[in-house]
Design a protein around this ligand. Structure first.
Ligand code: 3PY
Ligand code: MG
Length: 266
């Protein structure tokens, strides 16, 4: 096992709760994943919940990231055992499972990602074990290296946070700020005190259980990043490829327009 492989480094960072900075991929584009990996993100979360990305996209993005220093996590569309299994089989290093409200759902998500006796993932020759060439090696190490993160994005999930974090095999939790705000009756107000209070409750539980706490920062600014890290979030997602494209495009256009406005060649 290569101790420097991105999934091992990410697993370790989650375990010791040291910062691991990632980004969502919502363009479905392997090229975007390559560009983000070049930029140096330690992990990318391919979003199969809110986009048209499917299992073929997962495989293409896994190929794009092969040999790079960035781990691939897939946000599956639901806590579905088959979708989790297929995502891992085609090359994801782990899964981010949305809308986990109960410890039973968290247990089912972990079981889907782990081979027996810890779980119920099925064995096969597939892309993740180099089409069977590395079958024994992968089968032997996968339970220890596969990453499972539960998204907490409802009041119900917040209320069950202690029981959820007690589920063995869960590497951490990740707050979905938009769904969480909706669940507390303040949709879109992700910095509303009631949403911040829920975040603090999740952070305190993560501290107690010594599990990684994750959050999604949107339209990130340096103060927001500092605040998140100081509060104890370590699994931090900065924006998304779509947001960074939007931001970069607007900034460069704004600068061009201002140059044109000041120029003599209008
Ligand atoms: C949410 O905010 O609900 C999300 O799932 C985004 O990360
Ligand atoms: Mg959500």
């Amino acid at each position: 096992m290569n101790m420097q492989s991105p999934e091992i480094l990410l697993k370790k960072a989650l375990e010791i709760r040291s910062p691991a900075i990632g980004c969502w991929i919502q363009t479905n584009a392997p090229s975007a994943a390559e560009i983000m990996a070049n930029a140096g993100f330690s992990w990318l979360g391919l979003d199969c919940e809110h986009t048209s990305a499917d299992i073929k996209t997962v495989e293409e993005v896994a190929r794009a990231l092969h040999g790079r220093n960035t781990a691939l996590l897939v946000r599956v569309s639901s806590a579905d055992a088959l979708e989790i299994r297929r995502s891992l089989d085609v090359g994801a290093h782990g899964v981010i499972v949305p809308l986990i409200d109960t410890p039973e759902q968290a247990r089912a998500a972990v079981a889907a990602a782990k081979y027996p006796p810890e779980g119920c993932r099925g064995f096969c020759f597939a892309r993740m074990n180099n089409w069977g060439v590395d079958f024994e090696n992968y089968a032997h190490r996968a339970n220890a290296t596969t990453i499972v993160i539960a998204m907490i994005e409802s009041r119900k999930g917040v209320e069950a946070i202690d029981e959820i974090l007690a589920v063995p095999g869960l590497d951490g939790v990740f707050i979905g700020p938009y769904d969480l705000s909706g669940s507390y009756g303040v949709p879109g107000q992700t910095r509303h005190p009631i949403v911040n209070g829920a975040g603090d409750r999740i952070l305190a539980a993560c501290e107690k259980h010594q599990k990684a706490a994750g959050c999604h920062l949107v339209r990130t600014d340096p103060a927001q990043i500092q605040q998140a890290l100081e509060k104890g979030f370590t699994f931090v997602c900065l924006d998304a490829d779509i947001i960074l494209i939007d931001r970069g495009a607007r900034e460069v256009l704004k600068s061009a327009r201002s140059t044109i406005a000041k120029s003599t060649f209008k």
